[in-house]
Ligand binder design. Structure first.
Ligand SMILES: [Zn+2]
Length: 189
């Protein structure tokens, strides 16, 4: 893993320090946005890239809303966003668009990934452990509704879960229902 220098990143949600981590094997470039002080038990959001939601404000998912909630809370309470470049639950942007086409034709998010020959969720969190080691973090409050993420990240640090609930809209109701029924997400606080 290569680690970049740190720099200041003022945002509309608050001031952060930005730092990038590059993986040795696949050269994926991840990002950390952290508050100046981390506090004893930092509030952490491990957010997997969703270009459609995070950048373009897509209403098909809740990623953009979750990222915004996380940035506001972390700016206020101290901690970090770990932004992982694993688009579309790990299948990549191109395949995600093909999955969206299947969703337009009646498949749910999990069925669409399966139809394309992918698992429901291919995300990998190994780099997160290395990032926590780099900052000397042993214990966190993790902003997530995803039990798989809690168990993966508990391999590296002591995790207390803190819920993150975006307001559903008419386009992502079905997506959220599938997250709950097929991926076991905890969609209540
Ligand atoms: Zn998304």
């Amino acid at each position: 893993m290569e680690v970049s220098k740190q720099a200041n990143l003022p945002t509309k949600f608050g001031n952060f320090i930005i730092q990038s981590f590059r993986e040795d094997n696949n050269k994926a470039e991840h990002l950390v946005l952290k508050s100046n002080e981390l506090g004893a038990i930092p509030l952490v959001r491990v957010h997997s890239e969703c270009m459609t939601g995070d950048v373009f404000g897509s209403r098909k998912c809740d990623c953009g809303d979750e990222l915004e909630i996380a940035m506001k809370r972390i700016a206020a309470e101290n901690g970090m966003i770990i932004y992982l470049r694993q688009e579309g639950r790990g299948i990549g942007l191109f395949n995600k668009v093909n999955a969206y086409n299947l969703q337009d034709n009646g498949y749910d998010t999990v069925e669409a990934n399966n139809k394309l020959g992918f698992g429901a969720d291919l995300r990998n969190y190994d780099i997160v452990g290395k990032i926590f080691d780099y900052y000397g973090i042993k214990s966190i409050r993790l902003l997530t509704n995803n039990p798989k993420k809690i168990s993966e990240i508990s391999k590296f640090v002591k995790v207390q879960r803190d819920s993150i609930l975006a307001t559903p809209n008419q386009y992502n109701k079905e997506y959220l229902k599938i997250k709950q029924s097929k991926l076991g997400h905890l969609l209540e606080s």
